[in-house]
Write a protein that binds this ligand. Structure first.
Ligand code: SF4
Length: 479
């Protein structure tokens, strides 16, 4: 058993049990392309250290601590709990332990982890005298090379108290916790805020199979609704039958209910026509970026947890033909990508993107800060950028086939059912990032060709989807 199992168990017993039964392939969202141990050792001025490995025993770790008091990724086990301590300094039975976080702050869960590490070491006769957390400095901006001292912050405190005080104040009994978790048998799941709070639990449909959305117009597709499950339990199955007294009354909810009453589609003809008249100016550009997320900034000018764009796809409709341009780069390709984009993107006309305010516009602002000589042209792109998500998320348009989802993929599949992302080897942004990482790591010409092809197909589809969605909006207002 690991600390992650205790975390899951504390969050929801059922979650722990289902996770243990369904091991999922883990994809690391963060691209860690620096040696974290080396970077931390420079921050702390450690000259000689060892690094632990998977499946090592207490004896292996203790042996390494004999040759150097510093050990990264130290594996220890006691009472059935295995811990991997990010960094330990240990001599003569006394230790200082360090958490290393690839985030820009500490959360209270970290203190629980430190306490369990303390307990395991105590069972092995090692006294923990102090605890520290290293985390990323959000104010740090990388220069030509990485400054390991400025990159990391270190603290022995959380709010008012020391980490050691806080960890020891927790009510923890290692043997009892391990035996309670080991003996756990699944129960009938019950709803809590953890099931569908800020984000929906990955096991929601396993726990509550009755709530699987089977019909496009199901009441369960109602967005931002506090009472949809209650209405469902009361026998209300369709959006059109929603209980008005239990609606929040948002414009989107109204659009959803009206769509069901109209046979599937609702749109406000006059406002949508006006939106199109205000925003469609030729030549039309449709743009989409792909990027990777780095906790440790790999390139000059980046901060911890910044992203770096590695690809754009651009369709340009000048009113007579549709042209496609794209770019895929490796390493620090930011300048080349910006130059290529500026070369191909028209200097006038509307630039469409999806969720532009939360994505493409931010990236373009970052480029403008990074390359001030291109600032004017980049600013002009943002000034002409229009978010194609707006008619949907504002409730101006809703089709029950969206099933309460407002992603570009859902809408693309609705407007063109023959053309699906599912037919591609790469079918979502995460997979695109994964393929790009493989591309960067590969020297094999044939593999690289395949990766390029997969990325071109997927990302080209995103910008082409924007073109199709705009045409669909125009078509429904003209019918
Ligand atoms: S859906 Fe709810 S009950 Fe089921 S595992 Fe997730 S959090 Fe636990």
């Amino acid at each position: 058993m690991h600390i992650s199992d205790i975390r899951k168990f504390n969050r929801c017993h059922q979650l722990y049990w289902l996770s243990a039964q369904n091991e999922r392939r883990f994809f690391p969202y963060l691209n860690v392309c620096e040696d974290v141990c080396e970077s931390v050792s420079r921050k702390l001025g450690i000259e000689w250290y060892n690094t632990g490995n998977t499946n090592e025993t207490n004896e292996d770790s203790l042996r390494m601590l004999e040759s150097s008091p510093w050990l990264f990724r130290a594996r220890f086990e006691a009472c059935g709990l295995r811990v991997k301590i990010p960094l330990i300094q240990c001599k003569d039975g006394h230790a200082v332990i360090y958490s290393i976080l690839l985030s820009t702050g500490i959360n209270s869960e970290e203190i629980t982890a430190l306490r369990y590490e303390y307990e395991v070491l105590a069972k092995l006769g090692i006294a923990v005298d102090d605890m520290f957390v290293l985390y990323l400095n959000s104010d740090y901006q990388r220069g030509h090379s990485l400054d390991h001292h400025k990159l990391w912050k270190i603290t022995d405190r959380y709010k008012e108290n020391t980490l050691l005080e806080l960890a020891l104040s927790l009510d923890v009994d290692l043997e009892e916790t391990v035996s309670e978790i080991s003996a756990y048998q699944p129960e009938q799941p019950s709803h809590s805020s953890k099931c569908s709070g800020r984000s929906r639990c990955q096991f929601y449909e396993t726990c509550f199979p009755d709530e699987v959305i089977r019909e496009d117009n199901s009441i369960l597709t109602l967005v931002s609704s506090q009472y949809k499950r209650q209405m469902f339990a009361d026998g209300i199955r369709c959006l059109k039958d929603a209980d008005e007294k239990r609606l929040e009354g948002s414009r989107i909810q109204y659009a959803q209910i009206m769509a069901d009453r109209n046979g599937g589609l609702f749109f406000e003809r006059a406002p949508l026509r006006q939106w199109l008249a205000d925003n469609v100016h030729y030549p039309l550009a449709f743009i989409d970026f792909e990027w990777d997320l780095y906790p440790i900034p790999p390139f000059e000018g980046m901060k911890p947890l910044d992203v770096s764009v590695f690809q754009y796809s651009l369709h340009v409709d000048d009113g007579t033909s549709l042209k496609h341009y794209q770019f895929i780069g490796e390493g620090d390709c930011r300048r080349k990508l910006v130059e290529s984009m500026l070369e191909n993107l028209p200097e006038e006309g509307t630039v469409f993107a999806y969720n532009a305010k939360g994505a493409e516009m931010i990236r373009i602002n970052e480029f403008a800060r990074l390359f001030p000589d291109c600032g004017e042209k980049l600013e002009s792109i943002n000034n002409r950028m229009v978010d194609l998500a707006d008619p949907f998320i504002s409730g101006m348009v809703y089709d029950t086939r969206m099933r309460g989802s407002f992603t570009l993929k859902t809408i693309e599949e609705m407007v063109d059912s023959d053309h699906s992302y599912h037919d591609l080897d790469v079918s979502n942004g995460i997979e695109a990032v994964e393929i790009h990482r493989l591309l960067e790591a590969s020297d094999d010409l044939k593999d690289r060709e395949t990766y390029f092809e997969q990325l071109y197909k997927y990302c080209g589809l995103d910008s082409y989807s924007l073109y199709k969605v705009l045409n669909w909006l125009r078509q429904i207002t003209e019918e």
